[in-house]
Design a protein around this ligand. Structure first.
Ligand code: BGC
Length: 542
């Protein structure tokens, strides 16, 4: 039987607010996303993850939701969403939306009622304490919140919030909360979404367990079953930043009874340690530590997302090493976890290295995800506070406001990046669409080629020791015994000539994708060459 689509998917992450504004109010909107779906299809992605577009006070980039069942007027309305879904469907693109139910906004009617009347049925939707003495969780945003407890003056009780004080935590051990969450999921599934990216999962699950009404599995299984009841190809993609062994308990088995996909936060940190050290060892170490995915589930890998680069699972010395390499200024670091930088500036704008990073991403076991703007090498805006630095509007063209919006510049949701090497006049989609060899050209080539390599999503992987620490190489084989694929990456800024295992290229080989036109490996050839930061995706011939 054909493996499920997500085993070899390429996901494109879109922040609706900063992607494309069609009505000139300075905010990106759903109609804007729809108008650019051809671009996404052209890139080769077959799945889009839309960051939150629900009604929101917008104090946490939309992760503070005040109504799960409506579209915030700044982003459009449900009719726009339905049109977007229809067009995505026509283009064969599946749409995942965010399920942000670890907490609500403090403007959500549930919380309003809970604080206005301590006897309201919504009071128990949240977590209360007479004294804030439970310190088992600490604030996620140190420096912005001192505690996870805030006093509700009216009742004299404290409510818990692991994120911001304006994001009270829902009590997932309360069956009524779960029922409401199911309604939210059913609503969006009926509108055609292929599933959800589930926010802040471990906190939710822990709270569900705290209630003592069942195990982790139990809660996850319920959510997963609900998705499957609506569509057999539906998925849950979990935001799970965990110690390696813990990933196993969040995945489902062949019956699809857990999360179908999980973001591999663990591997993400080691990718950057490998890039910083120019050594394959950290990536291989992380892969060894991580549990293999059960059948019909998958890890999702990426380079950068919309938050700071979280290096929290590296040792202090390793984290310092990555920060030294990629964030020379202290102001570039956030929450003691890592750089608040986009991919291209983090790699010093060195396009060879950015391409190499993408090649590494595509070589890793899992489904790759690309965040909007990183495919053209967008920069960051360090003049903006905390994580806003990495959330500038998409740079479509050299025209006004980077082609993002027709509004006056002071009405934009966030300023466009206009100066320096990453300014929109230099870095934009239009320009790169017309330049062979541009980053956009290379990344879309990689995404399209990678999607055709089902061995990586579904096959068996073997890490090859090619005798140089800077050369990361994997051999993937089709489980059916078909073609093999060799993914080789040179993490170092110097040329590498490496020996291949005996017989691997006995019939010769072809480069499916590479940083340059290399000499074709002749039959029997035992060694091959890579440029500094070079990469070669080779198909051995028989
Ligand atoms: C999101 C953050 C958000 C937080 C609270 C995270 O998982 O990625 O951007 O601030 O959840 O919802």
């Amino acid at each position: 039987m054909r493996p499920p689509w997500w085993r070899n998917a390429c996901i494109y992450a879109i922040d609706v607010a900063t992607f494309c504004d069609t009505n000139g109010d300075g905010w990106g909107d759903l109609a804007g996303v729809r108008s650019r779906l051809d671009y996404v299809a052209g890139l080769g992605a077959n799945c889009v993850w839309l960051l939150p577009f629900y009604r929101t006070p917008y104090r946490d980039n939309g992760y503070d939701v005040s109504d799960y069942l409506s579209v915030d007027p700044r982003f459009g309305d449900l009719a726009d969403f339905a049109e977007l879904m229809a067009e995505a469907d026509d283009l064969g693109i599946r749409v995942l939306v965010d399920l942000v139910v670890q907490h609500t906004s403090d403007r959500h009617p549930w919380f309003r009622q809970a604080v206005e009347d301590a006897r309201s049925p919504y009071r128990d939707f949240y977590i209360w304490a007479d004294t804030p003495d439970d310190t088992s969780v600490s604030p996620i945003f140190p420096g912005e919140e001192d505690s996870v407890w805030t006093l509700d003056e009216r009742s004299g009780q404290y409510y818990r919030h692991v994120f911001y004080h304006h994001e009270p935590d829902l009590d997932h051990s309360n069956p009524k909360v779960r029922r409401e969450i199911e309604r939210v999921m059913e609503f969006w599934l009926r509108l055609g979404v292929a599933g959800f990216r589930v926010d802040a999962v471990p906190y939710m699950v822990e709270q569900a367990e705290n209630g003592g009404d069942g195990s982790t599995d139990h809660y996850i299984n319920d959510l997963s079953r609900l998705v499957r009841r609506h569509r057999s190809d539906g998925v849950l993609l979990a935001e799970t930043d965990l110690a390696p062994k813990e990933y196993a308990s969040y995945f489902g088995g062949p019956d699809g009874d857990g999360f179908h996909m999980q973001f591999n936060f663990y591997l993400n940190q080691y990718i950057f340690l490998s890039l910083a050290r120019q050594s394959r060892e950290p990536i291989l170490r992380a892969l060894d530590e991580l549990p293999e995915v059960p059948i019909d589930t998958q890890y999702v890998n990426w380079l950068r997302n919309h938050d700071e680069l979280d290096l929290g699972r590296l040792t202090d010395a390793e984290r310092a090493e990555v920060n030294r390499a990629f964030a020379p200024d202290r102001s570039m670091l956030l929450y003691g976890r890592g750089p608040r930088r986009r991919l291209a500036p983090l790699l010093d704008g060195d396009e060879r290295r950015v391409q190499l990073a993408y090649s590494v991403l595509m070589s890793l076991p899992g489904a790759p995800m690309v965040r909007y703007g990183d495919e053209i090498g967008m920069g960051d805006d360090m003049s903006l506070p905390d994580r806003l630095s990495v959330r500038a509007p998409m740079q479509w063209s050299p025209e006004r406001n980077a082609g993002f919006s027709g509004a006056a510049a002071d009405r934009l949701v966030r300023p466009v990046i206009s100066d320096g090497p990453f300014g929109f006049e230099r870095v934009n989609v239009l320009r790169q669409q017309t330049e062979t060899g541009s980053l956009l050209d290379r990344v879309s080539g990689m995404v399209r080629t990678r999607r055709g390599l089902r061995q990586i999503g579904n096959g068996r992987r073997r890490a090859l020791d090619l005798g140089r620490d800077s050369v990361l190489a994997f051999l993937y084989s089709d489980p059916g015994g078909g073609e093999q694929i060799l993914m080789i990456n040179n993490l170092a800024d110097e040329e590498a000539v490496v020996s291949l295992p005996d017989g691997l290229l006995r019939g010769g080989g072809v480069d499916l994708f590479a940083d340059a036109a290399y000499e074709k490996p002749a039959p029997g050839r035992a060694s091959i060459r890579l440029n500094p930061y070079g990469y070669r995706w080779l198909r051995p011939l028989i």
